[in-house]
Design a protein around this ligand. Sequence first.
Ligand code: KIV
Ligand code: ZN
Length: 517
Amino acid sequence: MTTEKVMIFDTTLRDGEQSPGASLSVSEKLEIAQQLAKLGVDIIEAGFPVSSPAQFEATRLCAEQVKGPVICGLARASVKDIEAAAKALAVAKKKRIHTFVATSPIHMEYKLRKTPDEVLKMAVEAVHCARQFTEDVEFSPEDACRSELAFLCEVLSAVIEAGATTLNIPDTVGYILPYEYGQLIANLKARVKGIERAVISTHCHNDLGLATANSLAGVRNGARQVECTINGLGERAGNAAMEEIVMAIQTRHDFFGGNVTTNINTKEIHRASQLVSQLTGFVIQPNKAIVGANAFAHESGIHVDGILKKRETYEIMTPEMIGLGGSRMVLGRHSGRHGFMDRCRQLGYTLSEKELQAAYDKFLEVADKKKEIFDEDIAAIINDEVRLVEQLYHLEYLNVTSGTGTLPTGAVKIRTRDGQVRQAAAWGDGPVDAAYEAIRQATGQTPKLDNYNIRAITSGKEAMGEAVVRIKNEAGRSFIGRGVSTDIIEASAKAYIDAINRMAAYEGTNYGEKTTL
Ligand code: KIV
Ligand code: ZN
């Protein structure tokens, strides 16, 4: 039996980053892209180059530095967009331009204010234009699932004729049901002229919680590319989650004819999931399929008994398959620089000499408070201390006093990027509120605190606490910040400053600009 590959097209950096609050810096995007390459994704959609200088730069950097996958840039059906994508992708060894235009009656009439004939012309011209820069051109009829089938077939046949090599079928608003989506793909396969020369792709949103189910229905009916994001990140309810698609195809290969596979190295799934969660600040719900903290946890007596007798009684996948488990190494102060460096390498971190020194210094500080350092502690140290966004403000000193019958007060010392030291003291309703007021006074930034969360992320009495905050600037744009420390007030202050740094970076450089499709 010949194997059939389902290509994995990852759009975490483009569609995923359209999640409110999930603004990633250019260097964070590059780091995620490198992990996606390790994971073995076939295509990385690195950005929407025309939409902002940061999107352009992220796409260009991925094109220059990420080896292995095809690097793709998104472009509306316009020459300006396509030229920007082509320019950003110019240095890529393998590049794809992904162009799109809406084909549903509601989008054509109210959003585009174009007739179907005009849309058809735009689609064909866009594909022709993109083909001047690369032979690998993807076309998406946006809102395909609410488009009229006859018109959809007409547009898709025409773009194949114009040179499109991948036809993506987006369920832009997450409206369709699995049976219908399967039928739609089967119908397109039967009716679109020249379809045998193109790859059919799925692109499903999760508004009804069906993105994974719909994508799999597409695969079952002949789609051979799936567009998805790590942890299902994405606008509104998100996109189809890559880890769910890949593990479903692997676990239920019998359902897909026994010969359908992906190129994904599933052992890298857990790390990719953690990285995306840490860098975006989007916490993974414990019961999230595949990558949630409880995804492989067994509590009930009957289940535990069953697992001990035969694992498969209650486990359809093993944690090892997604890169969890194995030996649980514990480090301590006496592991030394070498031991620490070794473990970082085994965990997949590539650090410069300066980053390693910063991480090791923090490791020693944490090891003084917490005897046993687990892998999660190391990940927290590296993500919190080493991989910082362009920092306008750095917390140098924090002192908070609170207690029964005392007015909570906070004092901070903050160093700015240009070396100024700013101090402030304030009181508040509680210790975190007091620290935040002092930070607002010291930085002069007054964002609205929209959400605040704290949780323990590692084990032990002196567990590391992670604070995640969401703030809003005056224009109502959200920014997420994370902070980690064994002291939860310090974690909270760091998270607030991290979010303020992201907001300041955005306001100063347009980084993280959101696109409206
Ligand atoms: O959801 C959508 O329609 C999109 C397109 C740009 C492919 O993201
Ligand atoms: Zn989308």
